[in-house]
Design a protein around this ligand. Structure first.
Ligand code: ASP
Length: 320
């Protein structure tokens, strides 16, 4: 019989609506003590945190990493329940750091436990079904909600309230949960994972906009940041004032990572003018492949905590 570790961290999936319709935390996790219609499986459940996911920080992600790094010795799979607002970040952090082959599946809910059409129990059951499926092994961290299976590498929350919120804009869903079958459509390229023991770096994310003020970047440099991610325009370009700010950051040896603020596609150095991607890259900015700003931030954090040199950091941020 398979043995699955279930870690509850909080989020709407663990919450309920009060008499006024406001969603709040309760003392008991509504997912505990529910009987599921599953093949014989042993569940070992731990309420590791009970936090709305906006309160989750890299320290919590590190605690999950430490709890899971040897999970393979004892368990055949892991399910983590989590608030949906930062689920993509925790899943990406674990995917980039854990060197495990067992299925690691994260899930959450958009509607709390006593709301009409609540999706929590259903998503939890789907996540358990995926975690006990042999096909789910060696795929990194998976995110299962609303009958879809997504790779942590590509998934993002796309809608503030709809149950069909998680999507992988670049790659599409990796698989599908059906009534009886679980289907996987593609495999991911292999990638290296990086162990981690600290998450202390200060790395802000800034979105570029028309007329972006470069002075704000200079102020950040003075505030003592360890690196910065900029969600640049289109394929990874900036206006002239912002570009000058970036050049100052690079001159001060502060790593600058560029992603696209566009919802789909990737940032690549294409344009050769002040602020164009070609000149930003020549000046030392790193173009991260196939990640949004919040994920690029975690990659830079993991890379800096691993003390990767410039070449290795470039390699890591280019890999997807
Ligand atoms: N605000 C909630 C959270 O992320 C949203 C959810 O879980 O769906 O904790």
């Amino acid at each position: 019989m398979k043995k699955i570790l279930v870690l509850h961290t909080g989020g709407t999936i663990a919450m309920h609506e009060d008499v006024d319709g406001d969603v709040e935390q309760g003392a008991q996790n509504p997912l505990n003590d529910v009987q599921f219609d599953l093949p014989a499986v042993e569940l070992v459940t731990e309420d590791i945190f009970n936090l709305p996911s906006e309160h989750i920080t890299p320290d919590n992600m590190l605690a999950l990493y430490n709890r899971l790094k040897n999970a393979e010795d004892e368990f055949d799979g892991v399910v983590i329940t989590h608030g949906t607002d930062t689920l993509e970040e925790t899943s990406f952090f674990l995917d980039s750091t854990l060197d495990l082959t067992i299925p690691i599946v994260m899930t959450g809910a958009m509607r709390s436990s006593n709301e009409i059409g609540s999706d929590g129990l259903y998503n939890f059951q789907s996540a358990l079904r995926v975690a006990i499926d042999d096909q789910a092994a060696k795929r990194g961290v998976l995110v299962v909600l609303n009958d879809e299976i997504h790779a942590a590498r590509f998934v993002t929350k796309t809608h503030a309230t709809n149950v069909a919120t998680f999507a992988s804009p670049i790659s599409g869903a990796m698989g599908m949960v059906n009534k009886r079958k679980i289907l996987f459509f593609y495999d991911l390229p292999n990638k290296k994972t990086y162990p981690i023991s600290a998450v202390d770096k200060r790395i802000p994310v800034m979105k570029a906009y028309a007329g972006m003020d470069g002075h704000i970047l200079t102020l950040l440099a003075e505030a003592g940041i360890d690196g910065i991610v900029i969600e640049a325009l289109g394929a990874g370009n900036l206006g002239t004032d912002a570009a000058r700010g970036v050049l100052e950051l690079l001159a001060a040896d502060i790593p600058v990572v560029i992603v696209s603020r566009s919802f789909k596609g990737i940032a690549e150095p294409v344009y050769d003018y002040l602020g164009g991607g070609v000149q930003l890259e020549k000046a030392g900015a790193i173009f991260a492949t196939a990640v949004n700003g919040q994920k690029a931030r975690l990659k830079l954090l993991i890379g800096l905590e691993n003390k990767l040199n410039t070449n290795k950091l470039n390699e890591f941020l280019h890999e997807f």
